[in-house]
Design a protein around this ligand. Structure first.
Ligand code: MG
Ligand code: MG
Ligand code: MG
Length: 309
């Protein structure tokens, strides 16, 4: 029986590259066949990464139902981030770098979870501990996935383990100026021309269960968020629609400026006072600047969640 490997819904580069890098590793170690998969369309950033290292035509297969299958999941353990029938799959393993979620298993599993910058750094450590050589192309994609998740080492989630992994991976893939390549990747990610408000709001959007309420948090990481200023009201209007359609308590969108190193918060909430208290800010026209905030998992979720307890 094969094992499908995939990350969260609305897959980011860590989820897609993690599916590829973990499958390759497992296929060197086990007889069972590991198959890279995904739960949705790939982003412009991920497309950049795959093309850069010859994987443009090797996009993991779409897998939106997993009942009866064996699966190895990467980059999340929140039930809300997986297929509706994930409870009917057998989770054989996890490689992640987020808070522990609410998925449960009936059978023993392997779990590699560390508070570091990227699931691909966790997977890199797995390669090292098994003594498996990383192919050049996979090393290059893992390197860019780590540079994406750590915002080129700027995110507070970034650790020495991540910077060391990037340096070693850059040697394997032969890319000396990896910071330049990563900046080109963020430029590809920043393209907003012609994109609808819904596309922008949901590009990197996750929903969380917080004390019985549904909270959606999206993030756009860009090299210059000022290009979105004329569209902020349109984004807020669309957030209102998303909130009503999905029965959410709150939707937050972070417009993250990776050069200014901070995020403009757009907030639509049944109780805006919760959001103001979470960040110790005043919302003006549903907006506020969050200085130094780059990471949803470390600087947003841990402050919003306690407001719902
Ligand atoms: Mg992710
Ligand atoms: Mg990640
Ligand atoms: Mg991210």
């Amino acid at each position: 029986m094969s094992v499908y490997v995939f990350g969260h819904k609305n897959p980011d580069s860590d989820s897609i590259v993690g599916a590829i890098s973990l499958s390759y590793l497992k296929n060197q170690l086990e007889d069972e066949q590991y198959i890279p998969a995904r739960q949705g369309d790939i982003s412009a950033e991920t497309e950049f990464i795959l093309k850069q290292f010859g994987y443009g035509d090797k996009v993991p297969e779409l897998k939106t139902s997993v009942a009866g299958e064996k699966v190895f999941i990467v980059d999340s353990t929140d039930r809300a981030h997986f297929q509706d029938d994930i409870d009917e799959a057998t989770i054989v393993g996890i490689a992640d770098h987020h808070k522990l979620g609410d998925l449960q298993t009936d059978t023993p599993l392997e779990a590699w979870i560390r508070p570091i910058g990227c699931s691909n750094t966790v997977i890199y450590e797995m390669y090292r501990s098994y003594g498996v050589e990383i192919p050049k192309d996979i090393a290059g994609m893992m390197m860019l996935a780590i540079l994406s998740d750590t915002v080129i080492f700027r995110s507070p989630t970034c650790t020495k383990v991540d910077t060391k992994a990037v340096k070693e991976l850059s040697e394997i893939c032969g890319v000396e100026d990896y910071k330049k390549m990563a900046m080109d990747m963020f430029i590809a990610k920043s393209a907003v021309d012609g994109a609808s408000a819904r596309n922008l709001n949901t590009r990197d959007y996750k929903e969380f269960e917080m004390g019985g309420s549904k909270v959606g948090i999206g993030q756009l990481e860009m090299v210059d968020i000022s290009v979105l200023e004329p569209r902020e009201d349109e984004l807020l209007e669309d957030m209102q629609k998303m909130k009503e359609a999905g029965g959410l308590h709150t939707i937050l969108i972070l417009l993250t400026d990776i050069i200014k190193e901070g995020s403009k918060l757009l907030a639509i909430s049944d109780d805006p006072a919760k959001i103001e208290a979470a960040f110790n800010i005043q919302l003006e026209n549903n907006k506020a600047w969050l200085e130094g905030v780059l990471s949803r998992k470390k600087q947003v979720v841990p402050f919003v969640q306690p407001q719902f307890k």
